[in-house]
Structures are given as C-alpha cells and as structure tokens.
Design a protein around this ligand. Structure first.
Ligand code: TXE
Length: 460
C-alpha cells in the first residue's frame, strides 16, 4: 500500500494499492477483451457516456475539488477549475466523436482508393501529480472517443482524484474494463507499461529524464509514443506592452499551481526601458498573494507538492545567487515559523538581473520562482528565449504587428501566446518541440494520434 499525504500539513489523505507487473499484465489482458466491444460501440453511444460522465463530474465538483486540494496542495479555487477542465475536455471529445471519417479517391489505374481510420487497441498513459485531473482528461478523452481502451497509471503521490474521476466514468456507463487504473510506483507499474509488448501507444507526462527512460524501454516494442516533458517557457515583455496586464500575467502565469505547471512562465525577458517599473509592479502583486493550506479561504498559493521538490527549487535559487548570476528581490527562503512550517511551502520568489545561463533559467524550475532579465532588442529576446533545450510554450507581450509576426515565426515552441500565457483550450493542439516532447495532446490532432490509417484499394 502507498500512503497519500496532504503537502500542506503532512496529514494522511488515503491509501492506494502498490501495483505490480502482474496487475499491469492482467489489466492489459482484460483491456484487450473489452476492446472489440468498445471499438464497435456506436460513436454516438460513446459520446453519450462521455457527456454523461462530464455532467456527473460537474455535479460532484465540490467533493472532487476538495480531494484534489487535499492530495495535491493547490488552492481550492484552482482545483474547482481543474475539475471543470476535466469535464470540459470530455465534453469536447464527446462532441467530435465520430467526426473523423476516412478518405476516398478514385483512379483509373488503381480503382477505388479508400483510407479507413481504426482505433489502435489498448493504449496506456502515465500521468504526473501537478495537474492530475486535467492531464487525465487530456489522455482519456481522445483515447476513449476514438474507440480504444486504456490502462492508466496515476502518480504515486496524487492518485486519489484520478480514481474518483474514473468512478464517475463508470457511473456514466463506461465498462470498467475499458478504462483501468493501476496505481503504484513509476519504477514498477510505469516500467511494466513501457515494456509491455501488447500495448499500442503510451502517452507520458513528466520529467525529461523519466520520459527518455520510458522511450528507451518502450523502443523495442514499437508502441506509439506521446511524450509531454515539461518546459522552460519564456515571457517577452516589449516596451509597448500594457505594464499592468503584463505584470499581472507574469504573476498568475508563474505562481498559479505554485509554479508547478509545464507551461508556467519560467523566464521573463523585459525591454530594458520598462524593466524597473515592470519589476516593481510584479513585486507588489506577488507580495499580495496569500500562501497557505489550499483548503483555507482566500489562499492564492498552496505548498510545493513534496519537500524533495521544494529542496530542488531552493537549491537552484541558491546556486544562482552563489554564482553571482542573479539576486533575490523577494522570497527565496524556506519558511520555518507558524503553520507554513508544517508543510512544504515556498514563498513567491522574484529574482532580478538574472543571467540567462543561470541555473534558475537553464533548468525547469518546478516551483514558485520568477527570474527576470532585461533585453535591448526583440531579436536578442527571441534568441535568449530559444536558448534552452525546452520548447513547450512562450509568450510575447506587445501590440506591434511586426513584432508579433516575427515572434510567432521565430520562437521555438509548440505554442506561442500573444498578450496572454498558460491558457490551454481543449480545441487546439498542445505539446512541445525539442526536449519538451513528441506528439500533441488536445484538439482533433490528438484524436488522430489514437487512430490508425488503413488503405484499401478496390479494383472494380
Ligand atoms: O516526475 P516523474 P516527478 C518535471 C518537473 C519536476 C520533475 C520531477 O521538472 O521537478 O519532473 O517530478 C512516473 N518509468 N515534471 O518526479 O518522475 C511517475 O510515477 C515509468 C514536469 O514527479 O517524471 C509519475 O506517474 N514511469 C511535468 C510520472 O512518471 C515512471 C509534470 C511522472 O513522474 C518512472 C511532472 C519510470 N522509471 C514533473 N519514474 C510536466 N511536464 O508537466 C516515474 N514514473
């Protein structure tokens, strides 16, 4: 058994089974048994189940959000939005189930040329703790809508909301064998999924090092891989940007979910002519954030999910200061008084004058640290933004059309926002370039990834 603890005070939230390789094998076997039934189910009936699950989830959003906050730490308000986000993803895929038809052509030489799209079979997913509900929606929505079955491994430290969401899908009529959860460690359950010979695709979200390890283990099986491996998103603030909107965007884009989102703003580059007022505004806004147990009223930021994660974040801040590569303007310490001492809290931290090569800019800092640097030309800012192994998201804050055109073309990222950041609608593809991963979640594109084309040539 695994114990699940609340990162705000260490209290016990629940237990889950420590899954084994045998559990994975059993789940995959029964998943194949369910496949013919589910893939033959009329797309409209699959839609009905997904819509109905979304409705049940919305009805229970209070209870589900409390559970998410207790096991993950995020403020209740963010949990409510995340649970609604899960429902919205299901609704989106329910609304397009069955819309992906095949293609047809005729040639005198070859006759009737048809392309059928068929589901892959059993698909697997490995998901992290930072946004367990939303990421579960991103993975289950397109897989189930396309007629596949799934074996899903939640994170060992935040599995309970995923289990509760799966129960809602079952209550809506999804046969239990169509979506099976195997809880447990990455080393045992995750690796068993990666090396399993009879799984057709594996979608993983987590650290780059874990994802590349998974890819290595999975390579001989030739299953399709979808990897979402995090980012080091840059925010570029130009001299004509609305200073208040940009500062607000930086604070919410960095401190949302305690900075533990793959597309959090992780580096800020500001035109040197507006650098000082921007930094002051960010500091003022960050200092109004209230930190505490996500269950308490009015809390804006909860704890870092684990104390180990907090240690890593603090280490990168200290390394940057010790190397003289940046200064701490606010935050940057481990609280050792009051109720914050009970959990893995870390204050909103702003670092200024940060060298783009400093550890807090080079690594993916998965916590509430906002490093800021100045630039002289937009071309320099784009170069600095691109000088990372990551390429998930980036944003540019300006109303100048030429700058927008240049930045959207030149930023090396899977998603580029203009005058906003961190907004991910289910209708459009989401994913990264370079070390940020392979493949895409969301949109019709994700549905296509879970279907295989079959070519049929009929000579009349
Ligand atoms: O992630 P892991 P962790 C990044 C972020 C963070 C770091 C570590 O930088 O600081 O990763 O977080 C399963 N084979 N992101 O340790 O280990 C694991 O059980 C197969 C970015 O939590 O990658 C969990 O279900 N699976 C990020 C999932 O992989 C394995 C989200 C993610 O865990 C495994 C989270 C193995 N050998 C962390 N080892 C993002 N992109 O949003 C672990 N797992």
């Amino acid at each position: 058994m695994f114990e699940v603890h609340n990162p705000a005070d260490g209290s016990l939230v629940g237990h889950v089974h420590a899954g084994t390789e045998d559990d994975v094998n059993d789940a995959v076997r029964t998943s194949w048994e369910a496949f013919s039934l589910w893939s033959d189910t009329d797309p409209l009936d699959r839609s009905r189940i997904l819509f109905s699950a979304a409705r049940l989830v919305r009805e229970d959003k209070k209870e589900l959000s409390l559970l998410l906050t207790r096991e993950q730490g995020k403020p209740l308000r963010e949990s409510v939005n995340e649970i609604a986000g899960f429902a919205r993803v299901l609704e989106y895929y329910a609304s397009i189930t069955g819309t992906l038809q095949g293609d047809y052509g005729y040639s005198k030489n070859y006759g009737h040329m048809m392309v059928m799209r068929q589901p892959l079979g059993v698909c697997a997913a490995i998901i992290p703790w930072n946004m367990p509900a939303l990421i579960m929606g991103w993975k289950t929505g397109p897989v189930l809508a396309a007629g596949n079955t799934m074996v899903l491994k939640p994170s060992a430290t935040a599995p309970l909301t995923c289990i509760a969401l799966a129960e809602h899908l079952y209550r809506a009529g999804l046969p239990k064998q169509v979506l099976q959860l195997v809880t447990g460690s990455g080393r045992v359950v995750g690796q068993a999924l990666a090396r399993h010979n009879n799984i057709r695709s594996l979608s993983f979200t987590g650290a780059v090092s874990t994802g590349t390890g998974v890819a290595e283990i999975a390579a001989p099986t030739l299953k399709k891989l979808i990897l979402e491996l995090g980012g080091s998103d840059a925010m570029i603030v130009c001299k004509d940007a609305d200073p208040y909107a940009a500062a607000k965007g930086a604070v919410s884009g960095r401190f949302f979910n305690c900075g533990q989102t793959c597309t959090s703003i992780k580096r800020v580059f500001v035109d040197s002519t507006v650098y000082e007022p921007f930094v002051q505004k960010v500091r003022e806004l960050a200092e109004t954030l209230s930190i505490g147990n996500g269950l308490s009223d009015g809390v804006d930021m909860g704890p870092v999910h684990t104390s180990g994660q907090r240690k890593d974040v603090h280490f990168l801040v200290q390394e940057t200061v010790n190397n003289d590569q940046g200064k701490v303007l606010s935050g940057g310490y481990i609280p050792d008084t009051g109720s914050l001492k009970e959990g893995s809290f870390y204050p909103p931290t702003i670092m200024t004058g940060v060298d783009p090569d400093a550890p807090v800019m080079k690594e993916e800092v998965f916590g509430p640290v906002l490093p800021v640097s100045a630039f002289d030309t937009v071309a320099d800012a784009i170069d600095m933004a691109n000088a990372t192994r990551f390429g998930l998201g980036a944003s540019i804050w300006t109303h100048d059309m030429r700058t927008i055109s240049q930045a959207t073309r030149e930023l090396d990222a899977g998603i580029v926002w203009v005058n906003q950041h961190l907004r991910i609608p289910p209708e459009v593809p989401f994913g990264g370039v370079k070390s940020s991963g392979l493949g895409r979640e969301n949109g019709r594109y994700a549905l296509l990834q879970y279907l295989e084309e079959k070519t049929i040539l009929i000579n009349p």
